[in-house]
Design a protein around this ligand. Structure first.
Ligand code: ADP
Ligand code: MG
Length: 731
């Protein structure tokens, strides 16, 4: 019993320190809220009226902050942070690596005469130059060129982590190209604000700002850290590459409805305390479908802050898990045969007059407003479905999308049968001017009935990648490990573009003499007709849907290389250019980074799998086979030639079976390494990713199947890899 697996298992049994990490939660969590955030409340306290107003204007109107104001803000931030024991500051940003980045600098500054002070100026607050030559840039920022810099984003509040003041920032190159997730997101948010505010002038002239909102739901797995350490595949790739599914999986659903295990509860409690202090308004926690899978969701927030909070949360989760001897897995599919993890992105639009634009109103006028934003959202997804698909593409998310798991890779929209019927009614609206009777009919029986419909609209479809859920749309296809900024950038860009187009079309009809409402009905009618093929109410997992979708002309981009190829479509490049989100070069660079990342991930998985298969699985199988051979030899010695053949029949068949699987593994690993070397040498990123996808990856399954068969044959005591049941049922 010398293997890592048994050492890890030995540390478990139920040593009390793992369970006794109990957490005292203050009676009022609300008192902790925003304790470590340079929040509006704190700013009021620490800033002059002028400085406070200037920050508020920057947040609400996007105005620039003057240098002398930035100096004041910096001093205030420093004073506040130092009162909480902070010694360093960092620009906190989200490069395209997928995690957050920070470079800590000290407030401490030596001055003449052997003295020193704590210093933090406006210049240091506004801009910093991280040593960033190693962040991915898709060729934009040549390492020889000037480096990129980070710039303060005043619309997301600064916060304290440990003894560091973190300043949310964007990351751009000196030539102005965006190098992170956040800069394009901010552009998209501005675009949709402007577009939606313009459209709102038809309904309510008091609206001067529209803010997109995001409420994410984060799914994750927890694995005991000793067991995690014993699995080289988990450590190196974030997922298990091998492992037979346990006899008991999620069939009983007992985990979902069960109580949260004590040790996990302690983790969650501590996590919630940390979230509260950082102003992340987490409200729900519960078990998920799979064993050891959980979910956490906050109250929705303005998109930019929500995105920052999700990135921050993922960071904190990993740290807090560590304290509770857990390792957190954000991978979309860490265990084969077990439900994977996603990150639902609930999205809506809110006005500065306090309205949710995707929430039906109390009167026909409000409902026409609702229908306008509702139908335009569907139209946006209809026009740019492939772009949305590309925004959630990654090697790890491929295990969910299009792989017999929620949701399918085909982008469709679910709105529920009753709303679908409303749209069908609207499709019948007369072309051009409407008669008074038709207007009344529409008001009373079509538009007027919407709130009632929604109240008893209980049919919820869990298989749709994009679903309307009463007062928001839910993008369900986002991966659990993704930065939501990417899908949110696309969502808000396409909504903005669509609303702009809508405004133009309605204005044109008004120009031609139609009344405003008539014009709106006319344009919506055409949209509904055009979008019908993307609306789907049935079972998204079924084969029938794949066939039906094909007939409807919807794409089924099952793999990342396929999805990323679409991203370079002229239509999408033009969209980004028109909306001022990305230049052609930026899209190309990002596309290349994603392709390279895909290839790298598959390449690492190939190497890790080859290593485990050859150096762990085959030797263990042969070891056990030798035991069987000894046994057969012994039987022969004792019983003689004739009798032993009957007695050793099963052992001999096992011996042969082991040999077959061993040789299958050996041959496939050789093929895999060859395929990998060939793929690695391909120079086009697109072609290379396709090779990894179509020629390298399929061999994983062959090796895995043979290894999982061996796992069922080999003596448990000799099996080197920690088993699924051990990882999934240890809590
Ligand atoms: P579930 O999808 O699990 O059934 P709910 O429908 O109750 O859960 O809500 C899920 C998420 O939707 C929550 O995280 C919440 O913050 C978010 N949400 C609710 N309203 C909005 C909104 N107007 N904009 C964005 N997100 C919202
Ligand atoms: Mg949900």
């Amino acid at each position: 019993m010398s293997t890592l697996r048994f050492k890890a298992l030995e540390t478990l049994p139920f040593k009390d320190f793992r369970r006794d990490n109990s957490i005292d939660v203050p009676a009022k969590l609300s008192e902790l809220f925003c304790q470590n955030v340079f929040s509006e409340q704190t700013m009021r306290e620490y800033l002059t009226k002028e400085a406070f107003q200037s920050i508020m204007d920057a947040i609400k109107k996007g105005t620039k902050i003057q240098r002398h104001i930035a100096d004041q803000v910096a001093v205030a931030m420093k004073d506040w942070a130092m009162s909480k024991g902070v010694t360093h500051y960092t620009h906190w940003f989200q490069p395209l690596t997928g995690s957050t980045a920070e470079k800590h600098d000290s407030f401490f500054t030596p001055i003449e005469g052997g003295r020193a002070i704590e210093r933090f100026s406006g210049g240091m607050l506004i801009q910093q130059e991280p040593d960033a030559s190693s962040f991915p840039n898709g060729g934009i920022r040549n390492t020889f060129e000037a480096r990129g810099y980070t710039a303060w984003d005043p619309t997301s509040p600064a916060f304290i982590m440990g003894t560091t003041l973190c300043i949310p920032s964007i990351f751009i190159s000196y030539t102005g190209e965006t190098l992170d997730y956040k800069a394009p997101l901010l552009r998209a948010l501005n675009a949709v604000d402007e577009a939606a505010t313009n459209v709102m002038q038809y309904f309510d002239k008091n609206v001067t700002k529209v803010t997109p909102t995001l409420g994410w739901e984060q799914e994750y797995f927890l694995v005991d850290s000793a067991l995690y350490q014993s699995r080289p595949d988990l450590v190196l790739t974030g997922k298990t590459l091998l492992g037979h599914s346990p006899a008991k999986g999620q069939q009983l659903d007992d985990h979902y409805f069960g109580s949260i295990p004590t040790r996990v509860m302690n983790f969650m409690k501590e996590l919630e305390i940390e979230c509260m202090k950082l102003g992340i308004p987490v409200t729900t926690r519960h078990n998920e479908v799979a064993p050891n899978q959980f979910e956490l969701a906050p109250m929705f927030e303005e998109v930019n802050v929500a995105v920052d909070h999700n990135s921050l949360l993922m960071d904190i989760m990993a740290r807090v898990a560590h304290k509770h001897h857990f390792h957190i897995l954000f991978h979309e599919k860490p265990f084969a045969g077990v439900n994977g993890s996603g990150k639902h992105n609930n999205w809506s639009l809110a006005t500065d007059t306090g309205e949710n634009l995707l929430s039906p109103g109390k009167n026909p006028k409000k409902n026409l407003q609702f229908l306008t934003f509702f139908v335009n959202t569907i139209k946006a997804v209809h026009e740019y479905a492939d772009l949305l698909r590309a925004s959630i593409a990654s090697a790890s998310n491929d295990h969910r999308l299009g792989a017999n798991e929620a949701p399918p890779a085909i982008i469709s929209v679910f709105i529920g049968s009753q709303l679908f019927r409303v749209l069908e009614e609207l499709e019948k609206v007369t072309n051009g001017k409407l008669s008074p009777e038709e207007k009344t009919e529409l008001k009373l029986n079509v538009v007027g009935k919407i709130p009632e419909i929604l109240l008893d609209n209980t049919d919820r479809n869990r298989t749709s990648p994009f679903a309307f859920t009463g007062n928001k749309f839910e993008i369900r296809a986002v991966g659990s490990s993704a930065n939501c900024a990417e899908s949110m950038t696309v969502m808000n860009t396409i909504a903005a573009k669509q609303l702009n187009d809508f405004k133009k079309e309605v204005d044109a009809l008004i120009e031609k003499g139609l009344k405003k409402d008539e014009a709106i009905f006319n344009v919506l009618r055409e949209y509904i007709k055009q979008c019908k093929n993307i609306m789907f109410e049935g079972d998204g997992y079924s084969d029938d849907w794949a066939k039906e979708a094909k007939k409807r002309g919807l794409n089924n981009l099952k793999t990342t290389p396929e999805a990323l190829k679409q991203e370079m479509d002229k239509k999408f490049l033009a969209l980004y250019e028109e909306m001022g989100i990305f230049t052609h070069r930026e899209v190309e660079a990002r596309n290349e980074i994603k392709l390279e990342k895909y290839s790298t991930v598959i390449d690492i998985e190939a190497r890790v799998l080859s290593d485990i298969a050859r150096n762990h699985i085959i030797p263990s199988a042969l070891n056990y086979q030798n035991r069987l051979i000894e046994n057969v030899k012994g039987l022969k010695e004792i019983f003689g030639d004739k009798e032993f053949k009957t007695l050793a029949k099963e052992q001999m068949s096992l011996i042969a079976n082991i040999s077959e699987n061993v040789s299958k593994i050996k041959v496939s690993v050789e093929d895999l390494l060859k395929a990998r070397a060939t793929a690695k040498a391909v120079s086009s990123s697109q072609k290379q990713a396709e090779d990894y996808c179509n020629k390298v990856k399929p061999l994983f399954d062959v090796i895995r199947d043979a290894s999982d068969d061996l796992e069922m044959m080999v003596d448990d005591e000799l099996w080197p890899m920690t088993k699924y049941r051990e990882m999934l049922f240890t809590r």
